[in-house]
Ligand binder design. Structure first.
Ligand SMILES: NC(=O)c1ccc[n+]([C@@H]2O[C@H](COP(=O)([O-])OP(=O)(O)OC[C@H]3O[C@@H](n4cnc5c(N)ncnc54)[C@H](O)[C@@H]3O)[C@@H](O)[C@H]2O)c1
Length: 259
């Protein structure tokens, strides 16, 4: 998608990867940008606004565990922008000691945000179509035992997003979907991992986890925004160590149809 003149909604825009993605997006002539996040980073917001006077930049307070917050933020954004073309679901939490919250933020939040965004974007409901980008993880591709709950939630995001990209839905709604699976990326999400693992006892996995190579948030953001511009409906992209690779997802099962 050519981002010139487009209206973008970014959930988690003040986070480590989110900030860098917003900065990358603002290098394009986008028309408007709404940041949905738990807390406002007033300094960053003011900086972005002053450096980008031609882009309408707003903040909406959203606790993604609260459906009422999601509903209110999309409603206010639609009223202000008229419509939106791109939504990036980029909120997240990695803390397996908080089981319900992990599922609420990483999976249920993405599902609720996606379904709410579709209410406005779906061509069959008077919308203009567009693109929804859901941020999963490499932990949403391979079971990650040290963070089994997070891994389960992210696997849910991958599968949900691929299901949403079904061509039958696309023909109906005009909304395409891509799944982004970053590898380890240097942000606050990876801090204090020892106190966030699925189990409290020590395992060799923790020492290994701490030695896994990381990419910068800038590298991740550059490839994420490039994916918005170039990826096809249904693409699953792994963003690992500064590279972007479209994955060929294996087909494990096909329904056998009665004649
Ligand atoms: N950092 C990594 O290694 C890595 C790897 C793969 C995937 N990811 C995913 O990338 C995305 C961004 O992660 P990050 O590394 O920038 O982490 P981060 O902790 O820096 O940012 C997380 C963002 O989510 C927001 N958030 C958390 N709880 C929320 C809630 N209840 N309601 C609304 N917003 C909430 C935070 O405010 C923040 O903006 C997440 O989905 C994360 O799971 C990160």
């Amino acid at each position: 998608m050519d981002l010139a003149g487009k209206n973008v909604v970014y959930l988690g825009g003040f986070g480590g990867i989110g900030q860098k993605c917003v900065q990358e997006l603002l290098q394009r002539p986008i028309k408007a940008l709404a940041i949905f996040d738990l807390t406002e980073n007033g300094q960053l917001l003011a900086d972005w606004k002053s450096k980008n006077p031609n882009t309408d930049i707003i903040y909406q307070k959203v606790d993604i565990t609260q459906k009422s917050d999601i509903d209110a933020a999309y409603k206010a954004t639609a009223e202000r922008f008229g419509h939106f073309d791109v939504v990036v679901n980029g909120s997240g939490l990695m803390n397996d000691r908080l089981v319900e919250l992990s599922i609420q933020i990483n999976l249920l939040g993405v599902i609720n945000s996606t379904l709410t965004a579709l209410e406005y974007m779906d061509k069959a409901k008077g919308g203009k179509g567009g693109l929804i980008v859901n941020i999963s993880s490499v932990a949403g591709l391979e079971p990650t035992a040290l963070m089994a709950i997070y891994s389960a939630a992210k696997t849910g995001v991958t599968t949900f997003t691929r299901a949403m990209a079904n061509p039958i839905y696309y023909a109906h709604s005009g909304v395409s979907f891509i799944t982004i699976c970053p590898g380890f990326t240097d942000t606050g999400l990876l801090e204090d991992i020892g106190n966030k693992t699925t189990f409290t006892y020590d395992t060799p996995m923790l020492a290994m986890f701490n030695k896994v190579k990381r990419q910068t948030a800038e590298d991740c953001a550059r490839n994420l925004v490039l994916a918005i511009e170039t990826a096809k409906n249904g693409a699953v992209l792994m963003l690992e160590l500064g590279e972007s690779q479209e994955l060929d997802m294996p087909v494990m099962w096909k329904p056998q149809i009665e004649n």
